[in-house]
Design a protein. Structure first.
Length: 338
């Protein structure tokens, strides 16, 4: 019996020193990947870096030409949807507030349009900021309502909204992501596990694994980053995202990928079937390693760092008995028509 397989993807902007499309396509295809999630990109090589949802029609057309030339496909839109405040209230953060109806018709619709332009079913998103320093519980219903309205818009266009676990948001833990998914209760919403985002909250491998298990019934894909806990920093319940600097490859940190992948192997066939029924090619593991730095809206690893991150992921998958495919000589021959 063959090993169950995942599809490996990456946030391509992390692999590009200048964020150009040429750098991004070259780096990922050289590593052996065929899938990526666009986020920040300079399509034309002019030095103008834009978020993918802000591209012009001509830029989308040119980006699709790059995809054809390099054999790349879009996994998801690496959106920033949901990284705004729930309420217009001053707090210790720099997060912005946008009235929700305005946000829905602006940022959310732009993101949906980007997914349609680039031929993906998946949108990565978040679960909104409650006021920093306050208990998130009173804000759960509002977050559920807003997420639900986003999911409804996505579903009308045949798209899936993936809710990523992230520090400082209403959805900052596995149990809370599970609660949000249960309350939204829509087949077009799944959750995205990210062990590094959990370990960055000073949680050890067993705690990270427990949070993965809590949200496992709702997981649609997984982001791969890892974090080494800095024991000199006292945990105060809030992550200063600008200070995060301890990101490491997936085989050396505190995110417990060995525990997660051993469990994933057993559940992967069902997870893959669920995503394929939604029109997705398979179950994605997506590297977002932040090896040279990361913050609230992105990170950077460089082409060398992305290579290290993908090789570390592959070593973890090999150990756990999970299959994957990178480009090989047969693929090159097929591309040449042999």
């Amino acid at each position: 019996m063959s090993d169950p397989e995942v599809l490996i993807s990456a946030f391509a902007d992390e692999a590009a020193n200048h964020k150009t499309a040429l750098e991004q396509m070259t780096a990922l295809s050289a590593i052996g990947l065929r899938y990526y999630s666009p986020r920040f990109i300079d399509v034309n090589g002019t030095g103008e870096v834009k978020h993918v949802v802000d591209l012009s029609q001509d830029e989308y057309k040119r980006l699709l030409e790059w995809h054809d030339e390099y054999g790349m496909n879009v996994t998801s839109i690496g959106s920033r949807v949901g990284k705004v405040k729930l309420v217009d209230q001053e707090d210790s953060s720099k997060n912005v507030f946008v009235p929700f109806d305005e946000y829905l018709e602006g940022e959310v619709r732009k993101t949906i349009a980007a997914a349609q332009q680039l031929g993906t079913k998946l949108i990565r998103g978040f679960s909104f900021y409650h006021p920093a320093g306050e208990d998130q519980t009173p804000y759960i219903d509002q977050a559920v309502d807003q997420i639900g309205r986003i999911v409804d818009l996505c579903a009308k266009e045949g798209l899936i909204y993936g809710l990523e676990i992230e520090p400082n948001l209403v959805g900052d833990t596995g149990p809370m992501l599970a609660t949000l998914a249960e309350k939204v209760d829509h087949p077009n919403m799944v959750c995205i596990f990210d062990g590094g985002n959990v370990a960055a909250q000073n949680k050890n491998p067993v705690q990270v694994y427990e949070e993965y298990v809590a949200m496992r019934p709702y997981i649609g894909w997984i982001h791969i980053k890892d974090y080494r806990i800095d024991k000199s920093l006292e945990w105060e319940g809030h992550v200063d995202e600008e200070r995060l600097k301890n990101f490491v490859p997936a085989n050396v940190g505190d995110a417990g990928h060995e525990l997660v992948f051993r469990d994933l192997r057993e559940h992967l066939p069902a997870m893959t079937e669920k995503m394929q029924k939604l029109g997705v090619p398979g179950f994605f593991l997506e590297t977002e390693p932040h090896l040279k730095g990361g913050g609230q809206f992105g990170g950077f690893s460089g082409p060398d760092g992305m290579g290290v991150a993908v090789r570390a992921l592959c070593s973890c998958l090999d150990y756990a008995g999970i299959g994957y495919q990178l480009r090989n000589f047969a693929d090159i021959q097929a591309d040449r028509g042999f």
